[in-house]
Design a protein around this ligand. Structure first.
Ligand SMILES: [Zn+2]
Length: 453
């Protein structure tokens, strides 16, 4: 890699004064040291790394590199393996989970899903950790499944090992395709019984907790999950108090005695004197009563400037020293000590402390489904319980914990599972505009009147 040093001036001076020749040599030596010590670099120019121990890691050759304005490029080639290693990134303590987490994660083996813009069946199922082979088999054997439309309902059931047992696709209320596993194959059948979806209004008061009272009122876990996900950025459901109220409209389809399908149409939750609404729009997403977005946007990476990715997300990373698979649950950015670390989104600091392996680290919870962690920091600038805004400076990067060079280890967890922060699909906060907003607002009028207490 060529350095961009102009040598003509120094050259000239060198001959005029012995002084400058000495300075020139010193300058070259210093520049050399800096360039060959990539850990001190805070820029995207790729500099070859001094091979330290082994560079035989073959598992890690596709490190994505963040380039301008958050685009990601993948750099191939074995030589790009970095030598910053962490023997383990897992902090000793875990964030305590609660019942809401289980509901939001859809721990139940049946998941209902409304197809949204940009979704493909393949991506949806993998996002929910359905066995990859089953996903592949289903989507390649039944090409018609590429025709999912925005707003359509799908649901699937998996066993405890995430193997797909059955999948159903509701094309219309009287045209349902069912794909059931039989041996190693999926068999398609269709139900054409006329099932008329019925609108149901469910109301309740908070007496103990939202989950308990919602269940008592007749809402299923899956429905409660949809409600809490839809409002996760606006309302902390744990803060609901005795006397608060909720009102829900659902469109439910019952096949025989089984609740086959349920669609949340709208929800209103009264917390003290404040009302929170989530209303379904034609695009399959929920908005507030003004057509405003209910979600929150994220930065792709927690730095003000782009930085080189020295080690990418890799759930099957081979430890070069031990030869044991040790997942790398985040992305390492090669940044010099003291680089400001920014929160990628609005949220609440849940951990800000020192841990032997992660060093000084911070965990921030964004809504209910998203969490980010920032490790090996030199300095922590926030406290547990503190609310942070997107872009807030939360710490300074460093080299604390089990780390062999200054860098920032950054993780993104969705539903308590680590995902690749550079490629994960992140919520975008875009409200409705134009025609779709107009249509939505007239729908709201009708729905809102039913969401009274
Ligand atoms: Zn790391």
């Amino acid at each position: 890699m060529a350095s961009k040093i102009e040598s003509s001036d120094t050259e000239k001076n060198k001959f005029n004064f012995p002084y400058f020749s000495l300075l020139g040599v010193l300058l070259v030596v210093i520049l050399f040291t800096v360039l060959w010590h990539p850990l001190n670099l805070d820029r995207t120019v790729y500099v070859p790394l001094t091979p330290q121990v082994e560079t035989t890691v073959t598992d890690n050759i596709n490190s994505p590199v963040v380039v301008g304005d958050g685009r990601i490029e993948v750099v191939g080639g074995k030589s790009k393996t970095d030598q910053i290693t962490e023997s383990s990134d897992v902090p000793e303590d875990e964030i305590v989970k609660d019942e809401l987490d289980d509901i939001i994660e859809d721990k139940g083996n049946t998941v209902q899903y409304t197809v949204a813009r940009g979704d493909t069946l393949h991506d949806i199922l993998l996002r929910y950790n359905v066995n990859r082979r089953d996903v592949y088999q289903l989507t390649t054997n039944f090409k018609q499944l590429a025709n999912l439309r925005i707003g359509q309902q799908i649901s699937w059931t998996t066993d405890d090992s995430r193997n797909l047992q059955s999948f159903s696709w509701i094309i219309s209320s009287n045209n349902i395709r069912i794909y059931e596993k039989s041996g190693n194959k999926f068999i398609e059948s269709s139900e054409t019984i006329e099932v008329v979806p019925k609108n149901v209004v469910i109301k309740g008061d908070i007496k103990t907790s939202f989950i308990a009272d919602a269940r008592k009122s007749g809402l299923t876990s899956s429905e409660i999950g949809i409600i809490t996900r839809a409002l996760q950025w606006r309302l902390d459901f744990r803060r609901l108090k005795v006397g608060d109220k909720f009102s829900v409209i659902l469109s439910r389809e019952v096949h025989g005695k089984r609740l086959a399908n349920s669609q949340l149409i709208g929800v209103r939750i009264k917390n003290g004197s404040k009302d929170y609404y989530a209303i379904l729009a034609d695009d399959g997403k929920f908005y507030d009563i003004n057509g405003g977005s209910l979600s929150q946007s994220f930065f792709r990476y927690p730095l003000a400037k782009q930085a080189r990715v020295s080690s990418g997300f890799n759930p099957r990373r081979l430890n070069p020293v031990t030869g044991i698979v040790t997942p790398h649950n985040g992305v390492d950015f090669a940044v010099s000590r003291g680089t400001p670390v920014l929160s990628v989104g609005n949220g609440e600091v849940v951990i800000a402390k020192y841990s032997g392996s992660a060093g000084n680290y911070i965990a921030i919870r964004h809504g209910r489904q998203y969490m980010t962690t920032y490790m090996h920091l030199d300095k922590i600038l926030v406290k547990p319980g503190q609310q942070v805004k997107q872009g807030d400076k939360i710490g300074l990067s460093g080299n604390t914990g089990r780390s062999t060079g200054p860098h920032l280890h950054f993780e993104l967890h969705i539903n308590n599972k680590p995902v690749n922060p550079l490629t994960a699909s992140l919520p975008i906060s875009e409200g409705l505009t134009g025609k779709s907003k107009k249509a939505f607002l007239s729908k709201v009028k009708n729905i809102r009147s039913q969401l009274n207490f």
